[in-house]
Design a binder for this molecule. Structure first.
Ligand code: COA
Length: 257
C-alpha cells in the first residue's frame, strides 16, 4: 500500500505501521493520521492479521500533533474538521495493538501510545503532555487516559507541568509493559505481537473488548460484559480446539472461527 507519511506492511499474522515524517519528528498531521487509520482499517478487515504494532521507528515515536498545521486555526476550523475525533479509527481496531516507542512520545504521540493495548518502550522513550506550553490542552485523551492509567495526581503533574517521564518511570507507573534497549524495541514488540497472534483471535478480541469496557462501566455492568463474552466463546471452534488440545496433550491450532 503506497502511503506518503507512513509505512505499512504485514509480516505473517502481524501488521506493522511505521510513522514516517522523520524531519518533523513524526508530527501527527491530519494527513498522517488519516493514513494511520486507513492502514489500520485494512488490517482490521484482513483476517490473516491477528495483531498490529505501531511505531515511529528507531529514533522517535511522535513529537505530537503538527503544530505548524494547527498554529493559525480557529476553533471553528478545529471543530469542523474534528482533528482528534478522527483518531477514533485507532481505538476502533478490534485486534491487539502494540506501541513500540523509542524517543519522544509527546502530546498526541503520547496519546497515540495510550490508545494502544500494550506499550513496549525503548530505554530512550520519553512520555509527556506538553500542550500547556502552547496554550492548549491535550485533545486526544491525555487528560482522560492518564488518570485512568496512573491516577489523578500523576495526570495533573504530566498535564500541568508539561514535563517528560522517562521509560523507566513510565514502567514503574504501569504505563509501559516492558523497557528494552532501544535497538530492539520494535523486534520485541513484533515478537510479543507474534505470540498474541498465535492465540485464538476471537478470545483476544473479547479480552480487548472486556478490558476496555472495565474503564467505561460500573463493576457489575463490566462483569456482565465479561460473562457474556465468556459464554459466547463456547460457540466457537477455537474453544473446542483449545480444550481438546489441552486434554489430548497437543498444541492447539486456532482458526478464528
Ligand atoms: N509539530 C510540528 N513540527 C514539529 C513538532 C510538532 N509537534 N515537533 C517537532 N517539530 C519539528 C521542529 O519544528 C523542527 O523542524 P525544523 O527542523 O524545520 O526546525 C524539527 O521537528 C526538529 O525538532 P527540534 O525542536 O529542532 O528538535 P529538538 O531535538 O531540539 O527538540 C522536542 C525535540 C520534541 C523537545 C521539540 O521538537 C518539541 O518540543 N516539539 C513539540 C512538542 C509538543 O509540544 N507537542 C505537542 C503538540 S500539541
Amino acid at each position: 500500500m503506497g502511503y506518503e507519511f507512513i509505512l505499512s506492511e504485514v509480516d505473517g499474522a502481524v501488521g506493522l505501521v511505521t510513522l514516517n515524517r522523520p524531519k518533523v519528528l513524526n508530527a501527527l498531521s491530519p494527513a498522517l493520521m488519516a493514513e494511520v487509520t486507513d492502514a489500520l482499517g485494512h488490517m482490521e478487515r484482513d483476517e490473516a492479521v491477528r495483531a498490529v504494532v505501531i511505531t515511529g521507528g528507531s529514533r522517535v515515536f511522535a513529537a505530537g500533533a503538527d503544530i505548524a498545521d494547527m498554529a493559525e486555526r480557529s476553533s471553528v476550523d478545529q471543530l469542523l474538521r474534528d482533528q482528534t475525533g478522527r483518531w477514533a479509527g485507532v481505538t476502533s481496531l478490534t485486534k491487539p495493538l502494540l506501541a513500540a516507542v523509542n524517543g519522544y512520545a509527546l502530546g498526541g504521540g503520547c496519546e497515540l501510545a495510550l490508545m494502544c493495548d500494550l506499550i513496549i518502550a525503548g530505554d530512550t522513550a520519553r512520555f509527556g503532555q506538553p500542550e500547556i506550553n502552547l496554550g492548549i490542552i491535550a485533545g486526544a485523551g491525555g487528560t482522560q487516559r492518564w488518570p485512568r492509567t496512573a491516577g489523578k495526581y500523576l495526570a495533573m503533574e504530566v498535564n500541568l507541568l508539561g514535563g517528560q517521564l522517562t521509560a523507566q518511570r513510565a514502567y514503574q507507573l504501569g504505563l509501559v509493559n516492558r523497557v528494552v534497549p532501544a535497538e530492539v524495541t520494535i523486534e520485541v514488540a513484533r515478537r510479543l505481537a507474534r505470540t498474541i497472534a498465535g492465540k485464538p483471535p476471537l478470545a483476544a478480541r473479547m479480552i480487548k473488548e472486556s478490558v476496555n469496557q472495565s474503564l467505561e462501566t460500573p463493576l457489575q455492568q463490566g462483569l456482565a460484559v465479561e460473562r457474556r463474552n465468556f459464554y459466547f466463546l463456547f460457540a466457537t471452534e477455537d474453544q473446542k480446539e483449545g480444550m481438546r488440545a489441552f486434554l489430548e496433550k497437543r498444541r492447539g491450532t486456532f482458526r478464528g472461527r
